[in-house]
Design a protein around this ligand. Structure first.
Ligand code: MTE
Ligand code: LUZ
Ligand code: MOS
Length: 749
């Protein structure tokens, strides 16, 4: 079954924020943002901008009617700078004008006086200064101090992990239209309609029932619009409130790159202890998270780093400490994996370090330490592990030893090209780690012509969640997918939504939809009972548009049944709620059962490095992936391919560069290199893990949005192995491993 959006996407007919028809009288906003990363804001001169052609209003912090605050977890993020600026790109003023061009032209005429302060860009420096956004977080299992004392081998080192620009194809934006009696309708490119509604209410002082937020779809979010769509919606809402007219703002690419946060860079220190048989006995790790200038989602991102700091391995003694460090960069935010990938990269580095020193393959150490069923994670959850099965099945299918031999043979006979192979196991927990967020609702209407409308809290952002929602309803009612329409995500139809994030949208909203459909289905079967002369509804089912009795088609079709039910005044609508059962986490002990389940997988990554130029190609990514039972293999394979390429981009080429003044140097696509069709692996093969386990996923079809990104981590280690086969060097664990850095490490000695 293909994605229900595929036709309109290909025809260019899919509607994004910028395609929403604007009403007459619409104004356009543009932000004037801080030219420096840190300083005291002494004065703002907006007089020239106000006189500029087409300008209706210039808004600064003092004009706000509501609170000048959008910080969701910690109230440390003003909508508009007031008194101080904390990062280059921080919004200071909003210009509202008759056209986009006039707004941007006027914004250039604003001047500010700022007493510059020294910016901090390094999280270790921030930590040394005690500038932490929240207190440090810690996971402890066993006793590392005692365990290290008994270890045969102990290795320690440092890791530097880069950020990553989301580069959603559709930039951030929002459009606010005043409605009668002081209400507001906001169109937003957001993963979190309710978060936008809350932020809009906060900065305008309105009540939530006055504000409707509507989302058709996003041209990508990747976490960048989980929290950071709020600011732009807040800006147009404030401008609408102060001008009484509709206001729209869709950011230009360079505005977006400069003003929004990215994946968190991390610095980390590790210490790993192994016994004689290369069993990992102890692991100590300290993470310094570069949170940027305000809290945003940094604490839960940091927590997920801890949750995934041992990846797919069982380590009996773990001490993991994490610092949320405030720096003068744009606030960093959610990005596919949500801190998990950073945690995993560090332990993979530690294992690669140990392997290199011990003269064994990293794959040996990895395999020997994979989680088994019943093993305990450092946070107390007991693993139902498919780490070993995914590894074994990948090995059986792709033959790791043969791939390694092929690379070794090639390297023995090639002067300037080298091949490297690496294995990347992945174990990713599914659920928001903040338990209350694991809830969703769905509204299902069956119309009297038999067609079905579904609204949920899930936001379509290319990941295919709407296709899955339509499949749930179609399957429950025994209909063709064409009889189901999934409508916009709207806070009037579905209230109090969690953002579409944590890969959990299909599970949470799909289960809510399933419950709603089941309720309607039961009512309909009661109506059908006398019509098909059945003894009990247990004999009845809905299939292929007909009522079936004991599996045999009857003459009662769906449309007739629906109309009969309506004439008997039976309710054909349902609004249902789902909350993931059995999960919870207690931060006072840092133990619990936070995840509904884990997604497992193993990828084997092969690369070829050109040792004269430092360039490389990814030859293959061969994985065994735990889909549970995929409800849509086309959509799920798309998620795997996209995730892998995005992960490889993060590992190898995407270099977010801020200079020492906190100015973004990689501020456009000419200076920020992302994967293109030429950097896609020549082969991506996906073997579905064979398992019969039950799980809490919708129709047993496990979450697939984030886990595959981490297969891309294998590309770093494959390149590193290729480099080390060419020359006696030991490349630093310093991301991204750009061609430039590859070349430097090839010729360092
Ligand atoms: N796929 C596309 N095409 N576009 C996106 O923005 N976001 C990813 C992933 N896949 C994204 C995507 C992220 S960060 C998450 S959390 C999940 O989709 C969210 O959707 P799901 O919960 O429906 O998997
Ligand atoms: N967002 C969030 C997430 O708020 N909590 C999470 O646990 C999470 N995990 C992954 C991605 N986004
Ligand atoms: Mo995804 S980082 O949970 O939006």
């Amino acid at each position: 079954m293909k994605n229900i959006d595929s036709t309109s996407h290909v025809r260019g007919e899919s509607v994004y924020l910028d395609d929403v028809p604007v009403v007459r009288g619409t104004l356009y906003a543009c932000v004037f943002d801080s030219p420096v990363a840190h300083g005291k804001l002494k004065s703002i001169d907006t007089s020239e901008a106000e006189k500029s052609e087409g300008v209706v209003r210039v808004i600064t912090a003092k004009d706000l009617i509501g609170e000048n605050q959008i910080g969701g977890i910690v109230p440390d993020e003003p909508l508009l700078a007031d008194g101080e600026v904390h990062f280059q790109g921080m919004p200071i003023a909003i210009v509202v004008a008759e056209s986009e061009e006039l707004a941007r032209k006027a914004a250039k005429k604003i001047t500010v006086e700022i007493d510059e302060l020294t910016p901090v860009t390094d999280p270790r420096v921030a930590a040394a200064n005690g500038d932490l956004i929240v207190p440090p977080k810690k996971f402890v299992m066993g006793d590392t101090a005692a365990a290290f004392a008994g270890c045969e081998h102990v290795f320690e080192g440092k890791v530097e992990i880069n950020g990553q620009e989301h580069l959603y194809i559709e930039t951030q934006g929002a459009y606010a239209v005043p409605t009668e009696n002081g209400g507001l309708k906001v169109y937003s490119s957001t993963q979190g309609p309710t978060a936008v509604q809350r932020a809009v209410c906060r900065v305008t002082g309105m009540a939530m029932h006055q504000v409707e937020v509507d989302v058709q779809r996003l041209g990508g979010g990747f976490g960048g619009k989980e929290d950071q769509a709020n600011a732009w919606a807040g800006i147009v809402a404030v401008a609408t409130q102060l001008t009484g007219r509709p206001v729209k703002y869709a950011l230009h690419r360079m505005e977006d790159m400069r003003m929004t946060g990215k994946r968190h860079p991390y610095s980390a220190d590790y210490r790993i202890g192994l016994d004689r048989d290369t069993k990992i006995v102890a692991y100590e790790v300290t993470f310094y998270q570069n949170a940027g200038a305000s809290c945003d989602l940094s604490p839960p991102v940091l927590e997920r780093t801890l949750f995934h700091c041992t990846n797919s391995y069982f380590v009996p003694n773990v001490t993991a400490t994490a610092y949320c460090c405030r720096t003068n960069l744009p606030p960093n935010t959610a990005f596919r994996g949500f801190g998990g990938p950073q945690g995993m990269f560090v332990i993979e580095s530690a294992i690669a370090h140990a392997a290199e020193k011990l003269g064994v393959k990293a794959a040996e150490i990895q395999r020997r330490n994979l989680l088994e069923d019943g093993d305990e994670f450092p946070y107390g959850q007991i693993a139902e592990s498919d780490a070993v099965t995914s590894w074994t099945q990948a090995d059986a299918k792709y033959d790791l030893a043969a791939l390694q031999q092929e690379a070794d043979d090639f390297n023995a006979s090639s002067k300037y090209f080298r091949k490297g192979v690496a294995t990347m196991p992945v174990c990713f927990g599914i659920s928001f780690t903040k338990t209350p967020m694991n809830q969703a609702r769905s509204l299902v209407h069956v119309y009297t012509d038999g067609s079905v409308a579904v609204s949920t809290g899930a936001v379509e952002m290319g990941q295919g969640v709407n296709t899955k929602m339509a499949q749930v309803a179609a399957k429950m009612f025994g209909l063709d997918i064409g009889q189901v329409k999934v409508h916009t995500t709207n806070t009037l139809r579905i209230a109090n939504t969690s953002p579409t994030a944590a890969s959990a949208a299909a599970d949470l909203n799909g289960k809510a939809t399933q419950i709603a459909c089941e309720t309607i289905r039961k009512r309909l079967l009661e109506v059908a009972l006398p019509l098909v002369e059945a003894a009990s509804v247990d004999e009845l089912s809905l299939q292929d548009g007909y009522v079936h009795r004991n599996g045999e088609k009857t003459s009662l079709d769906w449309q007739t049944l629906v109309m009969d039910a309506h004439l008997q005044r039976v309710n054909l609508s349902e609004h249902s709620h789902y909350a993931t059962p059995g999960i919870g986490f207690d931060w006072s002990t840092a133990k619990g059962h936070p995840f509904a389940y884990h997604v497992y997988g193993t990828a084997i990554v092969g690369v070829t490095v050109d040792c004269l130029r430092g360039r490389y190609e990814v030859d293959y990514v061969l994985c065994c992936h735990d889909f549970g039972t995929s409800m849509n293999t086309a959509v799920d394979l798309g998620q795997i391919e996209g995730g892998i390429v995005q992960g490889i981009g993060w590992m190898t080429m995407e270099e977010v560069v801020y200079d020492e003044n906190g100015k973004l140097r990689s501020n456009a696509l000419s200076t920020y290199k992302v994967p293109d069709i030429y950097s896609v692996p020549k082969e991506i093969a996906v073997l579905p893990l064979e398992t019969t386990r039950e799980n809490l996923a919708i129709f047993n079809s496990k979450a697939v949005g984030e886990p595959p990104l981490m297969y891309g981590i294998g590309a770093y280690f494959a390149i590193r192995n290729a480099v080390m086969s060419y020359t006696d060097c030991s490349p630093a664990f310093d991301l991204p491993f750009t061609p430039e850095k590859v070349l430097m490490s090839l010729y360092r000695s």
